[in-house]
Design a protein around this ligand. Structure first.
Ligand SMILES: Nc1nc2c(ncn2[C@@H]2O[C@H](COP(=O)(O)OP(=O)(O)OP(=O)(O)O)[C@@H](O)[C@H]2O)c(=O)[nH]1
Ligand SMILES: [Mg+2]
Length: 462
């Protein structure tokens, strides 16, 4: 696809930094650079070799070539560039004033400001990346842990797209076979038997299911999980938050009712980004502030995907403990039995008697005892068996998950129709639905408004 306009943006983050980059892509990129750039070497940017950096200055030609910034000019000729077009990058000093001044000069020479994600959209429309790879760019930028970074890098390299394309090819082959039997029913061609078609469809379905099943955990890794720490006053909730975060984030005292408001902190446990909520201890109280805190604790409970319910081993179970044990039944929860260094009144067995199916971890938070077991329990609770980034791709994106579900449903209908001996035309319709859904993932069949929605979520300059 050939674009007639040239786009420009500041591609680096706003703020003070060593360098900042103004990126320009399109037919005017090189002429604009020729206009604005002066180098000690007597050579115009249009003659500079591609994929090189050249030292020089950006000048304002309307102000007697006054120097605007000292820069390195990156030149990349089409088509082997990010967008597939000519690209120039002014590596300026990383302050907002030099960058906006250079950008302003570029725009005055005929470029226009790029929309969010427009460089990547051009890369996609010019066939440099497919849609799943383009989305991986945004996921890589937004990755919160090393694990999500690895998954995004793999997707950018085409790991997910390759698997999706292979599934599509296999469905397309089956569809071709079935359509041929519709088009040439009388001919004595060597068509697959229905049993063989059915077998083929089932094998594809197994692989599609395997990929779809990675989505629940994959999305958790990319989006993170809300984890709430709940328990009665003084049980050690804030101590636990601090231990998991690694700093004294929340105030810890031996006065029950210390935490009055919900405290939120991000932590990374074995590659899973967690948003941890420390809450006010739950109990009956007449104190207005504490009452509000208890209300908030209950609100946090509703939005948490995992609860860490804390109990004090040195005390008998009382009202609010029993309330939490009841809550545990209907939630994903780990029971944390803290203060096991003190004479034990409440045991793990006592907790398990109330909540037989939950994990119990015994801790002494100030000594760090049980913390590793707790981290392992959190991972196991969230991911099941350990998730390894290996040969197979992992689906982290809601749009991909939805498309895979549609592909799965289409194939299921096709399998049912084949098994019931339905006419091949009907089977073909369902196979097409499945094929189109897979095509959505890599952008073969994606509509313009969906593309706009995807790329509008990118940052400007990417
Ligand atoms: N002996 C012992 N003391 C602990 C343990 N964990 C925490 N503590 C102490 O218990 C007291 C209360 O700890 P916090 O972390 O403030 O308890 P909390 O649950 O946040 O309390 P509220 O904010 O009042 O609801 C502090 O004095 C901690 O040092 C433990 O495992 N053993
Ligand atoms: Mg507290």
């Amino acid at each position: 696809m050939k674009f007639h306009d040239t786009i420009a943006a500041i591609a680096t983050a706003r703020g003070e930094a060593g360098i900042g980059i103004v990126r320009v892509s399109g037919p005017l990129a090189l002429p604009i650079a020729a206009d604005l750039f002066r180098s000690p070497r007597p050579v115009s940017p249009t003659q500079l070799p591609t994929h090189t950096l050249t030292y020089g200055h950006v000048v304002d030609t309307t102000a007697s070539d006054a120097v605007v910034d000292e820069v390195l000019l990156g030149i990349m000729h089409a088509p082997r560039t990010y967008t597939g077009e000519d690209i120039v990058e002014f590596n300026c000093h990383g302050g907002i004033v030099p960058l906006t001044t250079v950008l302003d000069l570029v725009v005055r020479r005929g470029a226009r400001l790029a929309e969010p994600g427009e460089f990547t959209k051009r890369a996609f429309l010019n066939g440099r990346l497919d849609l799943a790879q383009a989305e991986a760019v945004a996921e890589l930028i937004a990755s919160k842990t090393d694990l999500s970074r690895k998954i995004a890098v793999d997707a950018l390299a085409g790991k997910l797209s390759d698997t999706v394309n292979q599934l599509s090819d296999r469905i397309a082959d089956l569809l071709a076979e079935i359509e041929a039997s519709v088009d040439f029913p009388e001919e004595d061609l060597d068509f697959m038997k229905v049993e063989t078609q059915l077998e083929c469809a089932r094998v594809v379905q197994t692989d599609l299911t395997t990929l779809l099943e990675t989505a629940a955990e994959g999305r958790l890794i990319s989006e993170g999980v809300n984890v709430a720490i709940l328990g009665k006053p003084n049980v050690g909730k804030s101590s636990l938050l601090n231990a998991l975060v690694g700093t004294a984030r929340a105030i810890v005292t031996d006065i029950p009712g210390t935490t009055r408001d919900t405290i939120e902190e991000a932590v990374n446990i074995s590659g899973i980004p967690l948003k941890l909520f420390d809450t006010a201890g739950i109990r009956q109280t007449d104190d207005i502030v504490e009452k509000e805190g208890v209300q908030r604790s209950k609100a946090v409970l509703d939005k948490a995907e995992l609860l860490l319910l804390m109990f004090d081993a040195s005390q008998p179970l009382k009202g609010s403990d029993l309330y939490l044990l009841q809550t545990a039944q209907s939630h994903k929860a780990i029971l944390v039995l803290n203060k096991t260094d003190l004479p034990v009144v409440t045991t793990s067995e006592a907790l398990l008697a109330q909540c037989p199916k939950k994990r119990v971890v015994e801790t002494v938070i100030p000594e760090g005892k049980g913390l590793n077991s707790l981290k392992t329990a959190i991972c196991e609770e969230l991911l099941g068996d350990e998730l390894v980034v290996g040969e197979s791709p992992i689906v982290t994106n809601a749009r991909h998950q939805d498309a895979l579900r549609r592909a799965h449903d289409g194939l299921n209908y096709a399998i049912a129709s084949l098994a019931d001996g339905m006419p091949p035309e009907l089977v073909a319709v369902d196979l097409r639905i499945s094929l189109d859904a897979l095509g959505d993932i890599v952008g073969k069949t994606t509509t313009e408004d969906i593309l706009d929605r995807i790329f509008s979520q990118f940052c400007v300059g990417k």
